[in-house]
Structures are given as C-alpha cells and as structure tokens.
Write a protein that binds this ligand. Structure first.
Ligand code: ADP
Ligand code: MG
Ligand code: ZN
Length: 479
C-alpha cells in the first residue's frame, strides 16, 4: 500500500517593532537578561496592557499579502497555561476573532503552482526564555530571561494542504520571503524570529479522511524541518504498515540525534480556557486607517517576478534569484537603469556578485561595488575596452578599492588591445613559434586555431581582443 503525508504548519514570526506589543519596552535582541522588562510585561498585578498600533498594521499587511479576509473588528483572548517563562499565567492571543482568515500562499512544486490555504493569522505576545545552558547554570538549575516576554508575534496557521517535506519547505520559504518583503520581520530562523511547528499525519493514498496527527516542535532551520518531517513521516508509515496506531502527541526534534522524541510535561492536550481579554478593548480598524495601511504595501514577490519577466525577458531561474529579496531586485534594477543588456547583468549578479555575497556574508545593501559602478564595468566590456576575464579582475579590485572603473583598468593595466597592428606582432610571433600547428591548420585540421588563439592571448597577457586575434590569425594562416 502506498501512503501519503498530510502536513499543516503553524508559524510564529517575530515582528520588527521598536517596542513590545503591550508596553514600551525595547525588543532589541541580545540585551542583558531581564534588562528590557517593566511591570506590564512582567505581569505585575494592577498593570494594564496598551496595544502597539504597529502590530495591527503589520498584521493587516501580511493579511493583504496573503489574500486573507481581514477582520477590521477583531479582539484579543486570554490563553491560560502555567509555565515558568510566562509570568502572567496567561498569554494574550487571539482566538475566536483573529485579525485575518482564509488566505493563501502560492508555492512552486514539481507539478506547477499550488495554493496553500491559511486558516488564520493572529496577533499575540511571546513568552520569556528559560536558560538551561550549562555555561551559566548548574545541573538542576534553570534561569529565566524575560526580555522576550511581550515581543509581538504573528501566528500563521496553514490548512493541512502540504503533501511532502519539500512542499513544506517551499511554503516556509515563500512565507519568509513575504514577511521580509513587507519589512515586518527579519525572518531569521536561527535566531528564533521565524519559528515553525509542524502537524503531520499519513494516510493510504486515495483515502479522504486524515489520519491521526502528531505535532513536531523545535526545528530552527529549513534543513531541520526537512529532516524532521522525513523522519516523522517514515515513522508513522512504519507504524501503520505493522498494524499499529499513531498516537496523537507532541514531539521534539533532536538536532544531535536526528530523531523526534515525545515531549514531556508542558501543554500536552491542554485546556487553555480561552476567554475574551478583559483588559483590552476590541480592535477596530476604520476605513481611513485601513486604506493608509494598504497604501504602504510594496510590490510583492509574485508581482515583481511577473514584471521582471515582462520587462527584462529573463529566464525563470534568473528571475527567482533576482527577486529573492527586495534589496537584490533593487540592485539589479539600478544597474539596469544604466545598462541595457539585462541578461548580461543577470549573469554577473548571479555569478560574481552572488559568489562574493556568499563568501563574505555581507548583504547586497552594503555591497562594495555599487550598482552604478557595475554598470560602468559592464559597459567597458560591451565597448570592448576590456575582455570579460579582465573585467573579473577589475571587479575583484573594486571590491577592495573605492576607484572608478577607468581608474581600476588603468591601475591594473588591463585595457584591451584592439589595434590590429599591435595584435599582428603577437600573431606573427605565435605563427613563427608553432610551425607544426600552422602546418596542421593548413592541412585542414582547422581546430588548432583555438590553441593558437590561446597562445596569442597568453603573450598579450590577456589584453588582446580575442575577436581581432581570431580574424588576424585566420587571415595569416590562409595567406
Ligand atoms: P490545534 O489548535 O489543536 O493546534 P488546529 O485545528 O488549529 O489544531 O490545527 C493546527 C494545525 O494542524 C493546522 O495547521 C492544521 O492544518 C493542521 N492539521 C489539522 N489536522 C491535521 C492532520 N490530520 N494532519 C496534519 N495536519 C493537520
Ligand atoms: Mg497547535
Ligand atoms: Zn515591558
């Protein structure tokens, strides 16, 4: 029997607001433990939360970007549970009336485009962090850092529409790309600002009903998600094949051992006793505010790639990479303002520029070769002032030196020689030095021309214009 996986993801994305969701404490990452706290986020009796307007705006932006229905009148709810990193004993979240519902995200699969439904997107506060790190604490001790308490989150809950680990990863990448385009989250999985829990079940292919699901937590990179899902799907299929049942439970992914283990204690089949948050008035987004938010919506990835295809006529592969981030797309477009061979720009951005970005981990925003300078460099190639291989040397030079392209070419002595009389001298020298290849050419083995061109390029130190070399060589050999 063949089985099929069914996956639904719950993603928490931390918002890039200056302050927390219900108080004025800073959200900056990496501060001294417990230094960014106040009576409100510490859950002191008698304090009252005040909603951060930015959080609502960011939720609306994500709702619009995911084609969701936006509930302009929504409200917060209390989710009650006890845990040491939650001083109030409840989390302020949304339950019955979330801000967004029924959206979708489109992903690319092996069988074309596929829509992944979104059940809901809601606003909530994050909890603190328990520190078990042995560098700070003894074996049976735990420390608590409440800086993260009250950090604004959006929770995005997908329909169980995903059918494989690859689809889950494609969905996550798309969602992360969206929040980054919107500028509402840095989407950094390693630092925990983009987290994902996965619900997984399997069923015989063709069966309509879903199987019993487990929930996998604690995956903090795309490759963990991929591996964890593969592991869990295989485990469930093996259970069913052996006539056993899948238990509904929460599992933790163990990165070291590459296995999922049942989680002990915490929120196992919890009754959260949700009720409307009495300390906050319902959220009401009037039309002027709603329209003001909508007007800040940037061009989104799908629109941008469609426009790139139309405007620059590039292959899909190139477009996918160029529009991966807004900054990358902006860089490309700035070069394209001055230089009109778009495919050539794309080759350079995907080639040299990306190589340096990967090696140095700098962001394209801080790239040392500005878009204008790259356009000058490409123009120099096109005008045959330098060869492509010389241009690569100029590019490497410009990474380290704030010079103009002309200055760099001069400095490196790379100006291409197109003047035939200068090249003729080199050609004659090579014909003299390689009598047997010349003979072979004249006897019909014209392929040796490649070797001879190479030799001329070598003695010219790469500066001869290869087309001129080719033309002169042929002329001389056929004389
Ligand atoms: P809960 O509130 O208990 O977490 P939800 O109904 O809100 O449950 O669903 C949470 C997630 O689980 C959603 O992303 C949903 O798509 C997914 N899900 C629900 N049923 C299944 C199933 N049988 N197999 C896989 N995923 C599922
Ligand atoms: Mg859940
Ligand atoms: Zn605070």
């Amino acid at each position: 029997m063949e089985y099929e996986a069914v996956i639904g993801l719950e993603v928490h994305t931390q918002l890039l607001t200056e302050t927390k969701i219900f108080c004025g404490c800073s959200t900056k990452f990496g501060a001294e433990p417990n230094s960014q706290t106040c009576p409100v986020c510490l859950g002191m009796p008698g304090t009252l939360p005040v909603l951060n307007k930015k959080v609502v705006e960011y939720a609306v932006l994500l709702g619009l970007a995911t084609h969701s229905q936006i509930r302009r009148n929504n409200r917060f709810a209390r989710k009650n549970y006890f845990y040491p990193d939650l001083p109030k004993g409840y989390q302020i979240s949304q339950f019955e009336e979330p801000i967004c519902e029924n959206g979708y995200v489109e992903i690319e699969t092996d069988n074309g485009k596929k829509r992944i439904g979104l059940i809901r997107i809601h606003m909530e506060e994050d909890a603190g962090k328990s520190v078990h790190n042995e560098d700070y604490v003894g074996e049976n001790e735990t420390l608590i850092d409440l800086n993260r308490c009250g950090t604004p989150l959006l929770e995005i809950v997908s329909e169980p529409d995903l059918r494989s680990p690859a689809e889950a990863v494609a969905y996550l990448s798309k969602l992360r790309q969206l929040v980054r385009y919107l500028g509402i989250s840095d989407g950094n999985m390693e630092e925990g600002s983009f987290r994902c829990d996965a619900n997984i079940s399997v069923r015989p292919k063709g069966q309509r009903e879903f199987g019993t699901r487990t929930e996998l937590k604690n995956m903090n990179s795309f490759s963990h998600v991929q591996k964890a899902l593969e592991f869990e799907i295989e485990r469930q299929i093996n259970l069913l094949k052996n006539g056993q049942k899948v238990e509904q439970e929460t599992l933790l992914w163990d990165v070291q051992k590459n296995e999922a283990r049942p989680m002990r204690g915490k929120e196992e089949s919890h009754d959260y006793r949700y009720f409307p948050e009495p300390d906050l008035v319902p959220v009401s987004i009037d039309m002027p505010w709603f329209e003001a938010i909508r007007s800040t919506l940037p061009e989104l990835p799908d629109e941008k790639s469609a426009r790139f295809k139309e405007q620059y006529e590039l292959p899909d592969y190139d477009i996918a990479i160029l529009t991966e981030s807004r900054d990358m797309a902006d860089y490309f477009e700035q070069v394209a303002e001055y230089f009109k061979n778009y495919k050539m720009i794309s080759n350079w951005v995907l080639g040299e520029v990306s190589r340096v970005l990967n090696e140095t981990k700098i962001s394209i925003r801080d790239f040392p070769v500005s878009a204008q300078r790259l356009s000058e460099l490409l123009t120099a190639i096109e005008k045959k002032i330098i060869s492509t291989s010389a241009a690569k040397k100029v590019f490497d030079y410009l990474l380290k030196n704030d010079h103009t392209v002309d200055q760099a070419i001069d400095k490196l002595g790379l100006k291409q020689i197109s003047d035939s009389s200068a090249i003729e001298t080199f050609v004659e020298q090579i014909i003299r030095e390689n009598p047997s290849e010349v003979e072979a050419y004249r006897n019909g083995k014209t392929k040796v021309i490649g070797f001879l061109v190479g030799q001329v390029m070598r003695v010219s130190k790469g500066k001869a214009n290869p087309q001129v070399v080719n033309r002169l060589l042929r002329k001389k050999l056929e004389e």
